[in-house]
Design a protein around this ligand. Structure first.
Ligand code: ZN
Length: 146
């Protein structure tokens, strides 16, 4: 099997571009990133990641919704063991968003329980080919607490 020079060039360019881990969880297409969640069409309950069945009412019609971009850090731990190519150590925490849902996320900077955090995008690893691996991360809002 041979590979044309054009395909090799495309592969090299693609390797230099950052790649989102689980890209279906974040919409970073226009301006500020937003988390993409499920919203039950029967009762309005939110799920993140988007669940196929509503945990509140068991309905199976789940729409798509963008979540709030700010919240309060409920708790966190510092992780030292991770999949290969993941940057360690890192902080993993639960964030209570202002729209009432708790999400699990990377926490950048110096996390403080009950401190306000804001959604962004950050590098969480590097692929075996050298591609930066990106994901949603929450960063403490300096000087603010809930
Ligand atoms: Zn429901």
């Amino acid at each position: 099997m041979s590979t044309s020079p054009e395909i090799v060039a495309d592969a090299a360019m693609a390797a230099a571009e950052p790649c989102f881990v689980a890209p279906e969880l974040i919409d970073a297409s226009g301006g500020a990133p937003r988390l993409v969640a499920g919203k039950c069409k029967a009762c309005g309950a939110l799920s993140f990641p988007r669940a196929p069945v509503c945990a509140a009412c068991l309905a199976q019609e789940i729409g798509v919704a963008h979540l709030a971009s700010e919240g309060v850090l409920y708790s966190f731990a510092t992780v030292h063991q991770a999949p290969r190519n993941w940057i360690v150590p890192y902080h993993l925490g639960y964030v209570d968003l202002t729209d009432g849902i708790r999400v699990l996320a990377h926490i950048d900077g110096e996390p403080k329980i009950n401190g306000r955090v804001r959604l962004g995008v950050g590098r969480v690893g590097t692929s075996a080919e050298g591609t930066p691996l990106m994901s949603y991360v929450f960063t403490p809002v300096s000087g603010a607490s809930a």
